[in-house]
Design a protein around this ligand. Structure first.
Ligand code: NI
Length: 171
């Protein structure tokens, strides 16, 4: 188990459509364990494989309370039912220095596989549903900033460009 590097916006891996997992190997279990370590180290409440540079359909979500290491891995997750709406403040380990309100579905139903390949269904609502929608977006190359108004998004892009440019000067 080890902590992996978190890729940040605007890295292209975050924009790629992640591939489905069809081999439930030891390598997959290792990726999941590393993603959990990386998530708790950050710290974050969810992490998608593209955020550690692996363009595959794997997410981990914290399911324990504060300071409690308990998580669940979702392989090839797919939202099958969605209803209602809610607004919650979101941030992302791959999009530093920004949090913003995002409108999401209030309740979702999900089909996914566990690390052995067994198929499951799950209902989620409120914050848990927000985290799942945020992470599943990552597998489609979508970031939470894509849900913001164009004005807000452009302001952020400009800010990041400036930050990147100044980094280059220092390097
Ligand atoms: Ni994120």
């Amino acid at each position: 188990m080890s902590i992996r590097t978190i890729y940040q916006y605007p890295d292209p891996v975050l924009r790629r459509k992640a591939a489905k997992i069809d081999e439930f190997s030891d390598e997959l279990k290792e990726l999941i364990a590393d993603m959990a370590d990386t998530m708790y180290d950050a710290p974050g409440i969810g992490l998608a494989a593209p955020q550690v540079g692996e363009s595959v359909q794997v997410i981990v979500v914290n399911t324990g309370g504060q300071d409690e290491r308990q998580y669940k891995a979702f392989i090839n997750p797919e939202i099958t039912i969605s209803e209602g709406s809610q607004i919650d403040e979101e941030g992302c380990l791959s999009v530093p220095e920004l949090t913003s309100n995002v409108t999401r579905f209030k309740r979702i139903q999900l089909s996914y596989q566990d690390e052995e390949g067994t198929l499951h269904e799950l209902s989620a609502e409120d914050r848990f549903a927000v985290v799942l929608q945020h992470e599943i977006d990552h597998l489609k190359g979508i970031l939470f900033i894509d849900h913001l108004t164009p004005l807000k998004r452009n302001l952020y892009k400009k800010k990041m460009k400036k930050a990147l440019a100044s980094k280059k000067v220092v390097a």
